[in-house]
Design a protein around this ligand. Structure first.
Ligand code: MN
Length: 464
């Protein structure tokens, strides 16, 4: 009986994650969500304007191998469609295109059974109508800018794709049918003389993406939970003479095991001197007794990324110097959390963290002036989090804002301070949701304090 209870307790963390019990995942953003986002964009568009949103192109990796396809996040936000060679047009006022009158038109790649046998199903017009619940869908070969009545359209807007970038992404005279479409759009954009029109649509969509809807928060909670499981397993499994890439493997195994499609960004698993390299990605070093391991790793799920960092002692116990620096970063993070409330400017958490770290480093004699703090804490404390790992954040925090709080201190070898501090790099990063009453730390399931981390390091890993 006791044994059975123990087993159940062990399984409990795994059961926290909803188990998939349908043939394919069915917890994607709903067509109603995407329709609502398109309506919100249109609502904010200036009179007599049209906004163009392009799907990402497939990108070649080597020879005949392409990169895993990654949809343009704005296009995904507005459609949910994960296919290349597609274009969404949103008009402020209704227009008629190909005998259909409306404000939304989607041009997609046509079905191609021979190609689909090799690279997978293409939805085609009927499939897109059914899946995305968008009414006016055509194959992209039907797109002809000249057939659109532009007499009432004063501005043409597109996000990120300036004229030059369009050419870079789509090419000229390529075999891809979209190249022709890209040329048409390109020429349409050069025709319009309104200055800053594209900045307008970029600002509109950034403003919308900065405040998450309930469906987005539900996915973010799942992807952060997957990421927490990875960090906790690494805490349990890490020991001297393991490599950084083995820590990475354990981390990413846990993401994938729980349904994550990708990592949100290349995993950073830096030990020893590599803890002081902010975006260290090669993860090749053999970890030694007495080192710290800084893991900045997170999963991606249904397009949304988490962003979590934990710093742990490789042998399971912080040295006195490591503990001092760690607890200073922790104190900075705690003081930043206190600024996570609706109505605050979104840089208030950073200001609080910077103050604590500046005073702390001065007290330790590591710096003598305030300006020197940037040598050891060179980055900001917060960025928005969502479809992009660096997502828009609203200028003023409000319910639905999701962002990171990630202070850090990095003391590389050769720094102008006592040698005992060298090779100590610490970052603690959590994912915060602003609520009506305060904030919720979505990644609170992963230990942050010295005592909690040292306790978890003693637990048995599924990899031991
Ligand atoms: Mn981050």
């Amino acid at each position: 009986m006791l044994k059975k209870c123990f087993l159940l307790l062990c399984l409990f963390p795994l059961l926290l994650q909803a188990q998939q019990n349908t043939e394919y995942p069915n917890d994607y953003l709903s067509p109603a969500f995407h329709a609502g986002r398109r309506a919100a964009v249109r609502e904010m568009m200036p009179k007599h304007s049209v906004a163009l949103f392009f799907a990402s192109q497939v990108r070649n990796r080597n020879n005949d191998v392409d990169f895993v396809y990654a949809q343009n996040k704005n296009f995904y936000y507005l459609t949910g469609l994960e296919e290349p060679n597609s274009l969404l047009l949103i008009f402020k006022e209704p227009v008629t295109i190909l005998d259909k009158t409306g404000t939304e038109f989607l041009f997609v790649q046509p079905r191609n059974p021979a190609r689909e046998m090799w690279t997978g199903k293409i939805l085609g017009v009927d499939g897109v109508k059914e899946t995305c619940k968008i009414e006016n869908v055509f194959t992209h070969d039907k797109f002809n800018y000249a057939t659109i009545d532009m007499s009432k359209v004063d501005s043409v807007m597109t996000t990120f794709y300036t004229e030059g970038i369009l050419q870079k992404y789509y090419g000229r005279g390529g075999v891809d049918p979209l190249s022709r479409m890209a040329q048409v759009v390109d020429s349409a954009m050069t025709l319009q003389k309104k200055p800053n029109a594209s900045r307008t649509i970029t600002n509109i969509i950034r403003g919308l993406r900065a405040v998450k809807q309930p469906e987005e928060i539900a996915i973010l909670e799942k992807v952060v939970a997957m990421s927490v499981q990875g960090h906790n397993e690494v805490m349990k499994a890490t020991k001297p003479n393991m490599t950084e890439y083995q820590a990475q493997a354990i981390m990413e195994y846990m993401f994938k095991k729980n349904g994550s499609e990708f990592v949100g960004y290349p995993s950073i698993n830096g030990s020893g001197e590599n803890t002081c390299i902010l975006h260290y990605e090669s993860n090749q070093r053999l970890m030694k007794d007495g080192d710290l391991l800084l893991s900045d790793c997170a999963a991606e799920y249904h397009g949304y990324s988490a962003d979590v960092t934990r710093t742990i002692p490789v042998n399971g116990k912080f040295s006195p110097e490591q503990k001092i620096i760690y607890e200073l970063v922790l104190m900075a993070q705690d003081s930043a959390f206190l600024q996570c409330k609706s109505g605050n400017a979104s840089n208030e958490p950073h200001k609080a963290a910077l103050r604590v770290i500046t005073e702390g480093l001065k007290k330790l004699g590591i710096i003598t002036s305030d300006a020197e703090v940037r040598n050891y804490f060179p980055h900001g404390t917060s960025h928005g989090l969502g479809l992009d790992v660096h997502d828009p954040n609203p200028p003023k925090l409000e319910p639905g804002a999701v962002f990171t709080v990630e202070p850090g201190i990095y003391i590389p070898p050769g720094s102008k301070c006592d040698q005992k501090w060298w090779n100590i790099g610490v970052r603690i990063e959590d994912d915060i949701l602003i609520t009506a009453t305060g904030y919720k730390n979505l990644s609170a399931g992963s230990p942050r304090t010295v005592a909690e981390i040292e306790k978890m390091a003693k637990q048995k890993s599924i990899f031991k």
